[in-house]
Design a protein. Sequence first.
Length: 135
Amino acid sequence: MEKYEDLLTRAIDQLPPEIFETKRFNVPKVYSDIQGNRTFIKNFKEISEKLNRDSQHVLKFLLRELGTAGNIEGSRAILQGKFNYYLINEKVDEYIQKFIYCQECNRPDTQIIREGRIFILKCSACGAKSPLKTL
């Protein structure tokens, strides 16, 4: 029979290397501009890439939370209405809490997968799976 330490070492060796990185999860703040009755999020593509999520998913969440319409044009998002960057940053932080951080280990190493008709947040750090509310 193998010793506990040998089993533990073998299990640790099988984990992905990004789990052991201690870099901080850093999302850029929203850089927005209001022109007329529209708000332009100029660094929207950069934010969704840093979150490692589909930009349509992030936009759908923001539009629902802000109660408005909008679309993506190039690397920016266009929202109907006037929204200051404090409010948009607050909503991005809510998105991160709901759709990025693992519910078990609180790490941002997650991805959204689909099993049947259910969307699941799967953590690559601890292996936990938790169902997500649909947007």
